[in-house]
Design a protein around this ligand. Structure first.
Ligand code: 5GP
Ligand code: MN
Length: 338
């Protein structure tokens, strides 16, 4: 965070405040990890704070310290709204435009609080008075660590906070393998381990607590995979019917898209997942190298994210969306085969 914004934040936090901390819709490990780490920090430093999530989050994140205190805007609507309207400061973490919180955006737009953004996605919008936006960062969790350090409070990072921050760094870096994983990321992780973060245990709780039905759903997804060698592309579709057949639970499809990239020579991997309730397809894009799925998702699928990991959506059927998607590929052929 630059000095001007940091000083402004320091001044704001110099007396006890009412604070709401907001992750994006369908929060992942980084969103839940960063909001909870910041929540612990603020509560431990005398503030009244709540994490308000736009909707529920996967079971494999529920063990995180403080997760049981998170308000779900969909389920605890009036309590969540009160919390947002009473807040003097609203931190938004791991997203950078208000459309990413779904229905909750109306409440945020009405709020009178000072907004603070902490985020590592591209092209931030300008709703926040205090901004810490850095696309080079591995994760919002790493940024929360850096921010607490900048506030001069590194020693106040507890084991609970260390476990939360470790989780988000681990999930957003694909277990420390993506390009945004820097030597500084490893230095942060080393310090978190010194503060008691339990890497092996966290890995187990996130990745090794599958249900049989999730693995069967993965089998279905892999069977559905289509490989377009000409465009170095692999895509997967999952219909609502298939999700229902394998008793889909929130978070079950997390990581499926990455299997496409494990194929030799594949540069672009995509998964299209039908959500009948919302009447949309949720799309995840992953790439290796210079092909920007952020640009691709932003231009064609009302989405965005990072150069190598982005999301978007489609209002059309699976068949129509696949036809549209494949019709786009010829114009990217040179980039994809480079
Ligand atoms: P995922 O595919 O795992 O849902 O998301 C990949 C990355 O893209 C994440 O950093 C996520 O925050 C971002 N992302 C996912 N969906 C959307 C979307 O609909 N809009 C934007 N702007 N970003 C998204
Ligand atoms: Mn993130």
């Amino acid at each position: 965070m630059n000095l001007e914004h940091l000083n402004e934040l320091k001044k704001l936090l110099s007396s006890p405040k009412k604070i709401a901390i907001i992750p994006h819709k369908n929060p992942d490990g980084d969103a839940i990890g960063s909001t909870l780490a910041l929540w612990h920090y603020l509560v431990n430093n005398g503030h009244t704070a709540s994490v308000v999530a736009p909707n529920d989050f996967p079971k494999f994140l529920k063990w995180m310290p403080g997760a049981d205190q998170i308000l779900n805007f969909e389920k605890e609507n009036s309590q969540s709204k009160t919390c947002i309207s009473n807040a003097e400061i609203i931190f938004t973490l791991d997203f950078n435009h208000l459309g990413r919180v779904g229905q909750m955006s109306e409440s945020l737009e009405l709020a009178s609080a000072t907004f603070v953004m902490v985020d590592h996605h591209q092209e931030p919008s300008d709703y926040a008075k205090i901004m810490y936006s850095d696309v080079r960062m591995s994760s919002t969790c790493e940024m929360v660590y850096v921010l607490i350090n900048q506030l001069g409070k590194k020693d106040s990072i507890t084991t609970e906070m260390a476990n939360c921050i470790y989780t988000g760094i681990m999930t957003d870096t694909g277990s420390f393998k993506f390009k945004a994983t820097t030597s500084n990321t490893h230095r942060v992780v080393a310090d978190l381990m010194d503060k008691g973060a339990e890497g092996t245990e966290i890995h187990h709780r996130i990745y090794d607590t599958n249900s049989p039905s999730r693995l069967h759903l993965l089998g279905c997804a892999l069977k559905n995979m289509v490989i377009l060698e000409e465009y170095a592309t692999a895509y997967i579709t999952l219909s609502q019917e298939e999700l229902d057949k394998y008793n889909y639970q929130k978070g079950d499809t997390e990581g499926f898209v990455n299997y496409g990239l494990t194929l030799d020579g594949i540069q672009l991997a995509v998964i299209f997942i039908e959500n009948k309730e919302e009447g949309i397809l949720k799309i995840s894009f992953r790439s290796v190298g210079d092909f920007s799925v952020n640009d691709f998702a932003r231009t064609h699928f009302n989405g965005g994210g990072h150069t190598n990991a982005a999301g978007g959506k489609s209002d059309d059927s699976i068949e129509e969306t696949i036809t549209f998607f494949t019709s786009l590929l010829p114009q990217y052929k040179n980039q994809l085969r480079s």
